[in-house]
Design a protein around this ligand. Sequence first.
Ligand code: CO
Length: 134
Amino acid sequence: MIGRLNHVAIAVTDLAAAANQYRTMLGAKVSAPQPEPAHGVTVVFVELPNTKVELLEPLGENSPIAAFLAKNTSGGIHHMCFEVDDILAARDSLKAAGARVLGDGNPKTGAHGKPVLFLHPKDFNGTLIELEQA
Ligand code: CO
């Protein structure tokens, strides 16, 4: 069912410092910061040959990554995103297999303008999984 690893998302406390580290220490191509008010984060995309790393910083009062950063004070891997060909078929198949889909179960528009869903980390070895329509 799952295809390419679209991105690994890392929650950070200082987006400018993290972006600069990827740019200068790791020699990566790093985008300008992109505010995503609907998702409560500001994102920087690190472009790698085979996937992306997304650096996420909280934006606004009710950021969904605020609690994560309160527990992981130096930041950490927040989720992984796998591509699927048909997100509704993937959702239905996962729900039938007992996985919990977060929110109301309907896809939302993600950072790349495509439908996304999140799966409960307790159902996937402690890892929050995002599915994105390819
Ligand atoms: Co993501």
